[in-house]
Design a protein around this ligand. Sequence first.
Ligand SMILES: *Cc1c(COP(=O)(O)O)cnc(C)c1O
Length: 725
Amino acid sequence: MAEQIRTTTENALPASISRLHDLAYNLRWQWDAPTRELFARLDLSLWESSNQNPVLVLQGVGQERLNEAVGDSEYTAAVDHAAAMLDAYMASDATWFRQEHGDAGGSTIAYFSAEFGLSEALPIYSGGLGVLAGDHLKSASDLGIPLVAVGLLYQQGYFRQRLSESGWQQELCDTNDFGKLPLVPERAPDGTPVVVEVPFPERPVLAQVWRAQVGRVPLFLLDTNLPENRPEDRDITDQLYGGDVETRIRQELVLGIGGYRALERLGIEPTVYHMNEGHSAFLSLERICTLMQQRGISFAEARTIVQAGSVFTTHTPVAAGHDYFPPELMHRYLGHFTQNLDIPWHEFLALGRHDPNNEGEYFCQTIFALRMSSYANGVSRLHGEVSRDMWKSLYLDTAVEEVPIGHVTNGVHLLSYLSPQLAGLCDQYLGATWRQGHTASQLREEFDRVPSGELWQIHTKHRWDLMRVVRQRLRSQLERDQSLEESSSGADVLNPDALTIGFARRFATYKRATLLLRDPDRLARILTNPARPVQVVFAGKAHPRDEGGKELIRRVVGLSRQEPFRGRLVFLEDYNIGVARTLVQGVDVWLNNPQRPLEASGTSGMKAAANGVLNVSTLDGWWDEAWAATRDDDAPPGWAIGDSTSYDDKEYQERVEADALYNLLEREVAPLYYDRDGDGLPRRWIERMKSAMYTVSPVYNTDRMLREYAERYYLPAMDSYRQMR
Ligand SMILES: *Cc1c(COP(=O)(O)O)cnc(C)c1O
C-alpha cells in the first residue's frame, strides 16, 4: 500500500523536481534548513498543517502548483542543489569517524530504543528519552559512525493532548498512516516485504520491518499490525507506553527479539549492541541463543561474549522508569524460550533480581541489562553517581565508587533546534566551520565579533513569532470551547516585548511544574510589575495514567484563566518537537525545577541555551555540571535555583526552592532583562546570551556525546568482542 502511494508520488513529480522525492524520504531534511525551505515553498499551508511532513506535502500538493514550481527556474535550481548536497553528504568519506578510526574493521553498532523523537511528523516518541534517541541517530550520521537503529512502529504513536473545559487532559489517539510518513517497507530481494517471526507461547508473532532513513543511518521499525497475527497480537505495536504490564512485556519481546532477528534477516551483523534503556534488554537472550547454537558453547560462555559487545544506558532514577515483570508473567512469555538456554528457570530469573534467591522478586529489565553488558552508563555526572549508588547491591564486594556504571552526559543535536537565523548569524561572524564544532575557547573569542544588536534583533523576532504561534493556538483552542470565549479572546494574550519564561516538558510530578505557582500572590506581583512585566508559557503532556501529573496541568490551566494571570500565564496544548523548537527559540528564560536528583539529565535547557536563552534551573542533571563548569571570567549562562542541599522534608524543600526562584526573578532576572542602554539593548543580558551559546553548546550537544560513546564504549567493545570470536 505504502509502496504504491510512493510510486504514485514519484511518477507524478515532473522530472525537473523529481529529486524532491529522495529529499522527502531522507529525514536529513529535519536538520537541513534549505531542504525544509523547499517543501515549505511548495505549499506552505500543507507544510504547516501536516506537522512539517514533506511526504504529505508531495502527496497533497496540487498539479497546478507543481507546474508553477517547474516553471520557476530558481526553484528547480534549489532542488538540484539540495539533492546534490544530499548525495554528497551520503557519499562523503570525510567524516570524523572515518578520519579518526578508519572503517573499524567493518564493524556495525546496533542501537535499540522503544522510542525515537526525530520530528513532529513522525509521532513515535513521548518525551526526552525519545528525543535523545533521535538526536543520537542524527549525530551518528553526521559523524559517520557505522550505526543502525531498531525500534517499534506504533499504529497510534503517543496521544495528542487536548484540555477539557475544566483543564483536565484528554487523550486523542490518531492512527498513523504509514504510507503518509517518511517510511518505506523493507523488501527482500524478491520484492516481498521483510517479516520476522517472534516466538510467543503457542504461536509466533509476525512483525513487518519498515525503514526510516536518518541521513546515513537506517532506522528499522517493527510493526505487528498484520492480518496473519491474532487480533491481540496485531495490537502489540498499537501504542507507545500504552496498555498494562503484559502489553509491555509483549512489546519488549518484539523489540528485543524481533529487532535482533530483523537485523539478522537483513544481513546486518552488528558487533556492538547499545540498549537505550532496559526496554530492549531481551535482545541479549536471542544473541546468547544464537551464539550457543552456532558454536556449540555453554550459556556462560555465550554470555561472556555477549557482555563484551553490549552497551547499556540507564536514563532515570525514578522507580516508574524501570520495568519490573512478575515471575508468572515472565514464565508465561519466556518459559518456552529458555529451554534453548540450557539453564534452570530460577537461574534465568536471578539475572533480573537484586536477590537471586528471592522467588517472589520481580524481574527487572535494568538489572538484566546491567548483567548483560560490559559497558553501562548514566546520562550526567550526577546521574552516574546516583546510579552507582542505586545499583551497588548488584556488585557485592565492590566499593560504590567502583561500581561499573560510568556517565556520558546527554546532548542535543544542535542543527535540529538552533534557529536558522541564528545559524546564519554564526556563519557570518564565526565562519562556517563553527558547524563542525569549535571549542568553547575558540567560540569565546569569535563571539566578540557578533554584534549585540543583531543578536538581539533576531531573538526579538523569534519572541514575536512565538507570540503569533501562541495566539493562533489559543484561538483554535477557544473556538472549540465556545463557553470559554468570553474569558479571553486569544488575540490579546501575552506581550511580545515582555520578559518571557518557558516551561515545557512531560508533566511528571518530580519535575514540579507548579513550583512557580506556590505563592500565587507573589507570582502575581512579579508578572504584573508595570515597569518589568513578566509572562510564562507552559506546555507538556502527563502520562495517561498519571493522575498526579494531570492534576498539575489542571492547576496551571486553572490559574491561567484567573485574573491577574489571564493573558500573562498560558498553557499550550499538545507539546511536541515542533512546539519545543518554537519555544526554545522564542522565550527569554528556560525554567527547569526538578527535584534533585531525579532529573537524570534533561535536555530541553540545552536546546534553549543553543538559542541564547538563559536557563533558570535547580542544580540537577546536566545543569549541575554546566553550572559548576562556569568560569569566573565568563558571564554566567543563566542562574541556579538554590544550592544542592537536599532536605528530608519535601514540603520544606519546595518552599525553600520556590522562595529562591521568586527571589531570583525579582532581584536578578527581571532587573537585568529590563536594564537597557541608549539603544534599547539589554547589554548585560546579551552578554549572558552569548555565554550560553559559547559555553553550553560546544559541550552539551550530541556530536560530543557520540564521540564519547564511540571512543569510550563502541570501539573498545568492538575490540573485545572481536577478540572473543
Ligand atoms: C527536548 C524535549 C524534551 C526533553 O525535556 P526535558 O524535561 O528537558 O528532559 C521533551 N519533550 C520534547 C518534545 C522535547 O523536544
